[in-house]
Design a protein around this ligand. Structure first.
Ligand SMILES: [Zn+2]
Length: 218
């Protein structure tokens, strides 16, 4: 994180190979002198630097990648054992900590070192806080957070963790309510035949397409 001025300097200096050396202020009189010397002609306005840097603040957290999850998985004592069980075979007796995984046994797979339950990535303890923060980004509220999580990730107690996060967040408490669903508006029944028809193709059925027309009245 640096001001636009510092970033301009960084860009400029990126062309050179250099070493930085610290010099205390008292020994830096030449630089001070140069920046404070009166100019022969003073400009009417403060000159704008030639290059424009669209300074983009660094994201608070870089996105979580598959290789990161794989690294966490390898370090997690339970999950790394689960990986082994999936790839080789489950033992006939498993400890309490493996039960939640053993129960899902048929739906578990390993992909690039990550454990998947169906299409959801199982997140080791190490990454949970970060992913909760990512799910919570923009304060979508409990329902949306759970829905989002459901399509991508899972861990034991995920729902509870989401609930705790949302309950502890004042912004979510104030704004996280899901707006009421709009009530369904059904087609009105037409008063006479052939007033409104619904048409669609069905098939191919035995090599033929069937054009289906439904008269809404009859
Ligand atoms: Zn929130």
């Amino acid at each position: 994180m640096a001001s636009a001025r510092i970033q301009r300097w960084a860009l400029k200096l990126a062309n050179y190979s250099y070493t930085l050396q610290y010099r205390p202020g008292v020994q830096n009189g030449n630089a001070d002198g140069l920046s404070r010397l009166p100019l022969a002609t003073s400009p009417a306005t403060v000159p704008v630097p030639e290059e424009v840097v669209f300074a983009m603040a660094l994201l608070d957290g870089t996105p979580v990648t598959a290789s990161l999850v794989a690294k966490w998985t390898a370090r997690d004592p339970v999950l790394s054992a689960v990986v082994r069980f999936i790839l080789q075979d489950w033992p006939s007796q498993v400890g309490e900590e493996y039960r939640p995984f053993h129960r899902r046994n048929n739906e578990l797979s390993v992909q690039k070192g990550c454990v998947l339950w169906g299409s959801r990535v199982i997140i080791p303890v190490q990454g949970r806080e970060r992913l909760l923060a990512e799910l919570h980004d923009s304060h979508p509220g409990m329902v949306r957070m759970k829905a989002l999580a459901r399509s991508y990730l899972w861990w034991l107690g995920l729902d509870l963790d989401i609930e705790t996060t949302v309950r502890g967040c004042t912004v979510c408490q104030q704004h996280g309510k899901v707006p009421p669903r709009a009530s369904l508006h059904s087609w009105e029944w037409p008063g006479k035949p052939w007033y409104r028809i619904h048409i669609d193709y069905a098939g191919p059925f035995e090599g033929k397409m069937i054009l289906v027309i439904v008269d809404a009245h009859s």
